[in-house]
Design a protein around this ligand. Structure first.
Ligand SMILES: [Fe+2]
Ligand SMILES: [Fe+2]
Length: 320
């Protein structure tokens, strides 16, 4: 049975606390971008900032394994949800598979910059394999929580241009593209959860998702801080200087942690849904930034530089 677009099931089947707020006309469309040849030009590719560079590098190391896990956990429920949500899960899987591929390439380029990322890769594998041993519902709620964290970080990096203001251009495009798709599919895991828990009491739904989020948010913060400090040590920054620099970056400078704290806390509200805030304008903004960056490079480059760039644009048009 198909369902009304604004809900994950019909109103008679789904209780009020499990109704989805996903926009009826939301289109989730995988954009098959390819950044494999985008080498990291500077070790501190985020505008020369060692802390911002280490933060995004530590995040990137988690993506290939983490996003494969998200795919696995949603696949388990694909046959149990209404047709519209099945299509959204399919698009989610396509998007995450491409993200995983592109961040694998990014991580290979990190190795080319002489970063040893094996310890960080082992750490994320241990965490993900631990969750894989739990029930499929635990895996789904974990995916839903991490997807919320990813979506609010994505919204932050698109809406605040300071994050990638002086970053290497190819890397900026990679991160904006990934961020835009995270915003676009932010409700898919949540809607799957709403549908498969529709027979649960509101209190049980709220308690399970909030207790998971509390644990996952703390673990995410602790593990990313460890990863950042490891990469900073490899960049010649350690001890109190590393701790202070990271704290300043997270809370006072570009402040990705401080600026996402309030959106994170929204998750704990009874009746919360990721699409309570319709931020699709950020997807359009990220895409316009991406296109604008290409045009500026074409106009500024010499004829010799323009040829490969124009060739790349044609390639992008083919896959877009
Ligand atoms: Fe992703
Ligand atoms: Fe995602």
């Amino acid at each position: 049975m198909d369902i009304a677009p604004t809900t994950v099931s019909s109103a008679t089947e789904v209780p009020a606390h499990n109704q989805s707020a996903t926009p009826a006309d939301l289109q989730i469309r995988p954009r098959n971008r390819n950044f494999a040849s985008a080498v990291i030009e500077r070790r501190r590719w985020v505008g020369g900032d060692p802390y911002a560079s280490a933060f995004f590098n530590a995040l990137s190391v988690t993506f290939p394994e983490g996003e494969i896990f998200f795919i696995e956990s949603l696949k388990k429920f694909r046959k149990r949800v209404p047709a519209k949500l099945q299509r959204e899960i399919r698009a989610f899987i396509q998007q995450e598979a491409i993200h995983s591929r592109e961040h694998h390439s990014f991580n290979e380029h990190l190795k080319d910059c002489d970063f040893e990322i094996g310890r960080l890769e082992d750490a994320i594998c241990r965490v993900v394999n631990g969750i894989r041993k739990r029930s499929e519902y635990d895996q789904l709620v974990a995916t839903m929580c991490i997807e919320h964290i990813t979506a609010i970080l994505a919204a932050e990096v698109i809406s605040n241009p300071a994050h990638f203001e002086h970053a290497d251009e190819e890397q900026r495009k990679l991160w904006l593209w990934h961020a835009s798709e995270e915003v676009e599919h932010k409700g898919v895991a949540y809607d799957t959860w709403l549908h498969v828990t529709k027979d649960w009491t509101p209190l049980k739904c709220w308690f399970v998702r909030c207790s998971f989020m509390a644990k996952i948010a703390l673990g995410f913060t602790k593990n990313r801080a460890r990863g950042v400090l490891d990469l900073l040590r490899q960049d010649g920054i350690s001890g109190p200087r590393a701790w202070w620099g990271l704290a300043h970056y997270a809370f006072f400078g570009k402040a990705p942690f401080r600026r996402t704290l309030w959106p994170l806390l929204q998750f704990f509200k009874p009746g919360f849904h990721p699409w309570d805030i319709d931020d699709r304008s950020l997807i359009r903004l990220a895409e316009s930034e991406y296109e604008a960056a290409i045009m500026v490079e074409v106009e500024a480059g010499s004829e010799r530089q323009q040829r490969p760039r124009l060739h790349q644009i044609e390639e992008l048009k083919k896959v877009a």
